[in-house]
Design a protein around this ligand. Structure first.
Ligand SMILES: Cc1cc2nc3c(=O)[nH]c(=O)nc-3n(C[C@H](O)[C@H](O)[C@H](O)COP(=O)(O)O)c2cc1C
Length: 360
């Protein structure tokens, strides 16, 4: 079965094509340090058989905090404990990449010492009722450097690669999207200038991690709102990133403002699964770099079909692995479908002590 064949992403050889998509766990401590609970959680994931684990989004700069108890990598102090986490994953047979994020406009004043969140432009978000302030040139360069510094720390901490969080309405996505980027300077104004932020982030990253270290990106193929990124423009962005050396694209979509588009509910039959599949297929059509499809994958036949038809090279899951961290191994033994019912109880972050399945 293709799902359980090995696959190479850059210099990494993965034992199968199932990816654990980045999932915030609410298991770091209040300052963002790795805890024993987080390590145990990752040991279970690693033993559960996914070919690649992508960590929950890790903060590269304190001005971009969007959730509590969020994993952090914005300072060298974090390296030692992050190393304990990667050691535990490797000892359990896993491969792990860290996802790097700045929350931008989707950061919260309560988590920023009362400060207003910053973003490319002052575009009001009706879902959070926040109008961010526009970043100045100095702030933009500071965050770019912060991404690069986080990459260097990721290497010291033993991660097998990094994934830039370029999706879901966070800062990188905000610079790319015509909806959230209304600037008219080096950083915005047309497609090419909106690309500059991610381009400089990637350059800063490469400077720190060197050639050959796997740098992946999760990207919005579709912002799922009027005036936002469309799959056609996203493919052009991806093409430029491919030319620069990005080694895999995880195709997703949606931002806070677009409603429940990223992690959809009501996935009741195979037709409702894999809801970014056509966007991933478009990426596959135009790119040579591996494409990872995320969003609503629940059953083995659908996953297998996505791979066989060539609509993606790997499939990625978040919610199903919260409920069953060992789902990949179970599927290898013949299990057909995830137990996850996509109720999104696991996303009620304010109600939960840690992110967990509320159905069991
Ligand atoms: C509890 C929870 C936390 C999430 N945290 C992240 C995150 O840190 N980074 C990210 O890129 N996506 C995050 N997501 C989105 C998932 O990675 C994924 O794109 C989405 O849930 C769709 O996949 P699924 O249907 O397999 O859950 C999160 C989703 C959930 C349910």
């Amino acid at each position: 079965m293709m799902l359980f064949e090995p696959f190479a992403i850059g210099s990494l050889t993965l034992k199968n094509r199932i990816v654990r998509s980045a999932t915030y766990e609410k298991r770091a401590d209040d300052d963002g340090f790795v805890t024993d609970s987080l390590i145990e959680f990752y040991e279970d994931l690693a033993k559960g058989g996914a070919g690649l684990i992508i960590s929950g989004n890790a903060l590269v700069h304190t001005s971009g905090r969007s959730v509590q108890q969020q994993l952090s990598i914005h300072n060298d102090f974090y390296i030692d404990k992050l190393r304990r986490l990667t050691d535990a994953v490797h000892d359990s047979g896993g491969t792990i990449v860290i996802q790097l994020v700045h929350g931008g406009r989707q950061s919260f004043p309560a988590l920023l010492g009362g400060e207003q969140p910053m973003a490319p432009s002052e575009v009001y978000d009706p879902t959070t009722r926040i109008t961010p302030r526009a970043m100045d040139d100095k702030e933009i360069w500071e965050v770019i450097e912060a991404f690069g510094d986080a990459g260097r720390r990721a290497i010291y901490a033993g991660f097998d690669g990094v994934q830039l969080h370029g999706a879901h309405g966070y800062l990188i996505n905000e610079f790319l999207s015509p909806h959230t980027n209304r600037r008219d300077d080096y950083w915005g104004g047309d497609e090419e200038r909106r690309f500059h932020f991610v381009e400089e982030v990637y350059r800063a990253m490469r400077r720190e991690v060197g050639q050959g270290y796997p740098v992946l990106i999760k990207i919005n193929a579709d912002d799922c709102l009027e005036g936002g990124l469309s799959p056609e423009e996203s493919v052009k962005i991806a093409k430029r990133l491919e030319d620069m050396g990005v080694c895999a694209f995880e195709v997703s979509g949606g931002m806070h403002e677009s409603g429940i588009k990223t992690a959809r509910t009501e996935i009741l039959n195979p037709e409702q699964e894999a809801y970014f599949r056509s966007a991933a297929a478009l990426f596959k059509h135009h790119l040579c770099t591996p494409v990872i499809l995320v969003g609503g994958l629940r059953s083995r036949p659908v996953m297998e079909e996505v791979l066989i038809k060539g609509d993606a090279d790997l499939v990625s899951m978040s919610r199903p692995l919260i409920r069953e961290p060992d789902l990949p191994s179970k599927m290898e033994e013949g299990k057909e479908k995830a137990d996850c019912i996509s109720c999104n109880g696991c996303m009620r972050f304010d109600k939960l002590d840690v992110v967990r399945c509320t159905q069991i």
